[in-house]
Design a protein around this ligand. Structure first.
Ligand SMILES: Cc1cc2nc3c(=O)[nH]c(=O)nc-3n(C[C@H](O)[C@H](O)[C@H](O)COP(=O)(O)O)c2cc1C
Length: 223
């Protein structure tokens, strides 16, 4: 557990900025595990947990990753870069069985419920997507949807623990996959650098007012 008292969520929300530069202060293993575990507690459809995370700490590997991320210096600077991935195949390669076994061990549901869940997951994920006449999800959107919840939970966990973070979409997916040995069927969703900020905090760029982005009952109608 971190020795620094955790920030209140509202303080983290106010303080967080996308960090442009990091110093070399390392993240203790216990803190890193706490951040990762927070993300792994995220919810997912059917509890199928399709996310995978490659935690890149090795300086050489971070340099290579930076090259795959358009040379963004923060990737090479930050002591930890989490590469968040969505595995579109894991559910049929053992994760569905594993999830049902875990549920049984936790006393969650019985054999009939587990059989029902197996059918539901297979029927949904094994079906062509809705835009192709089926009832299945767009698998890239599906992988992204789940992975980003776990990823964002890690970001806020790190912030409440006093770390600075940088979310990134600026990378070439194929290059990242090649650098880290990520297999086919796995999508790279986003990178998250974590560490301690170097230099001044980036100014707040503001947010659209609520009436620009939030509607009531019908798209476009004021809440
Ligand atoms: C998913 C995602 C991807 C982003 N990708 C990059 C990136 O590749 N490089 C970068 O410098 N900033 C990146 N940003 C940071 C945004 O530019 C930043 O969050 C936004 O300007 C708002 O600033 P703030 O987070 O400091 O409030 C990304 C943010 C998010 C959420």
């Amino acid at each position: 557990m971190s020795v620094v008292p955790e920030k209140k969520f509202s303080d983290a929300l106010r303080d967080r900025r996308a960090t442009q530069s990091f110093d070399s202060t390392p993240i203790p293993d216990a803190d890193l595990k706490q951040i990762l575990q927070a993300g792994l507690e995220a919810p997912s459809g059917y509890n199928i947990q399709p996310w995978r995370f490659v935690v890149v700490r090795d300086p050489e590997q971070r340099k290579k990753l930076s090259a795959a991320a358009f040379g963004q210096p923060k990737v090479a600077e930050a002591p930890v870069v989490i590469v968040a991935c969505g595995d579109t195949q894991a559910w049929k390669n053992g994760d569905l069985d594993l999830m049902l076994k875990m549920a049984a061990e936790h006393g969650y549901g019985g054999p009939a419920e587990h059989e029902g869940a197996r059918k539901a997951v297979t029927g949904y994920l094994g079906n062509p997507p809705g835009n192709a006449g089926g009832i299945g999800p767009d698998i890239a959107v599906w992988a992204n949807r789940h992975t980003m919840i776990a990823y964002t939970t890690m970001m806020w966990a790190a912030e409440t623990m006093g770390y600075d973070t940088a979310p990134m979409e600026g990378f070439l997916e194929d290059k990242v996959k090649e650098t880290l040995g990520i297999p086919a069927g796995v999508r790279v969703v986003a990178l998250l650098a974590i560490g301690k900020r170097k230099g001044d905090k980036k100014p707040y760029g503001g947010r659209f007012p609520m009436d620009h982005t939030v509607f009531g009952d019908t798209w476009g109608k004021k809440l």
